[in-house]
Write a protein that binds this ligand. Structure first.
Ligand SMILES: [Zn+2]
Ligand SMILES: [Zn+2]
Length: 345
């Protein structure tokens, strides 16, 4: 089959590789659309190396058509499906507590096993049996359905930081994840949403996605503007959607007392930030992380996409055939694009 293969750090190529080898009960899918995630870029650039193999096939945000049902009677050939790409064991202490995204034996597509930047992808039997494969809602395109994974991660993040109706929210970064946070906060009834972003195209996109106020952190004073926009208090919630550790200090300055901060973006291994711990102490701030998704978040995301209460599809601004995988990665990395899809296979 044709595939975009990560040969090494900074080296992704379009190659012919052997077809996936199926074990009994495995599902074989033909990938119809896959989108490039910020994490894929970090892996490509060697900023994320944990559980990465070389060579391997990345891609965990995708929608596909069933080629081989593996004998699972709930599925049929040619059926459009989407896959929650984190496969949990269901038995460890975290799975038992419902936090399957923190599973001790987590297996993730695009990392531990080959992902969707390929013509075909294999879904292991245990992932089919655990209910990680969802029927694709009829009113979605394959590209739109590919957004279920990042949207599910964003839903997890906002549930943890508990964005509530009428609250003010600051989002640091208006890349695809920041924009998804913005649109979801809007759906959750956030009252005032402020977005800080260097890139003018992305500031424009933030306005289009419904931001009340956009800030250019190179010229605007984020702290004073945020305080002023919230009757002198600061925002209820700040979400870091860029993997720059130092930005936590912007978040700490911008939230009110009892404010909540989500460290949503992943950071490069070993990079640390200095932090004003007293500001957290005296103002009773909460700082929380957010990682991945559960099947429940994935299902919620699919329902939200299918409900069409908001249009998320416009976030996909660029499309490439699999043959142009390295151009697609270059486009996703540079700021002209929001979300880049590999589609049309
Ligand atoms: Zn992703
Ligand atoms: Zn587990």
């Amino acid at each position: 089959m044709k595939a975009g293969v990560l040969e090494n750090v900074n080296d992704i190529r379009f190659l012919n590789v052997t077809d996936p080898v199926l074990e009994p009960g495995d599902l074989l899918l033909r990938v119809k659309a896959a989108t490039i995630c910020g994490t894929d870029i970090r892996v490509y650039r060697g900023q994320k190396t944990a559980s990465i193999r070389y060579p391997s096939i990345l891609g965990h945000e995708f929608a596909a058509q069933i080629i081989d049902t593996g004998g699972h009677s709930q599925f049929s050939c040619d059926q459009p499906v989407v896959v929650c790409p984190q496969f949990a064991c269901g038995q460890c202490a975290y799975c038992i507590r419902g936090a399957e995204n923190l599973c001790r034996n987590l297996q993730a597509m695009g990392y531990e096993i080959d992902g969707a930047f390929a013509e075909y992808v294999r879904i292991p039997r245990h992932a089919v049996e655990s209910g990680n494969v969802f029927s694709m809602p009829e009113n979605l395109t394959y590209e739109q359905a590919s957004l279920a994974e990042p949207l599910a991660c964003v839903i997890n993040g906002q549930q943890l930081v508990n964005v509530k109706q009428g609250e003010s929210v600051l989002i640091l970064g208006a890349g695809p994840i920041g924009l998804l946070h913005l649109m979801l906060a809007r759906q959750s009834g956030a009252h005032k949403i402020i977005v800080s972003e260097l890139n003018p195209l992305r500031r424009e996109a933030a306005l289009k996605a419904g931001a009340d106020l956009v800030i250019d952190p190179t010229t605007d004073d984020l702290k004073s503007i945020t305080i002023e926009a919230t009757q002198g208090l600061g925002v209820d919630v700040a979400i870091c959607a860029i993997g720059l550790p130092v930005l936590i200090n912007d978040a700490v300055c911008a939230v009110r007392s009892r404010g909540r901060i989500s460290l949503f973006a992943g950071f490069s291994a070993g990079v640390k930030a200095e932090l004003d711990v007293n500001a957290i102490h005296y103002n009773e701030l909460s700082v929380m992380g957010s990682f991945g998704l559960t099947r429940r978040h994935f299902e919620n995301a699919l329902h939200l996409l299918a409900s069409r209460t908001a249009d998320f599809g416009w976030l996909i601004t660029h499309r490439y055939p699999l043959e142009k995988i390295s151009e697609a990665f270059a486009m996703a990395e540079h700021g002209q694009a929001i979300k880049v899809a590999i589609s049309g296979n």
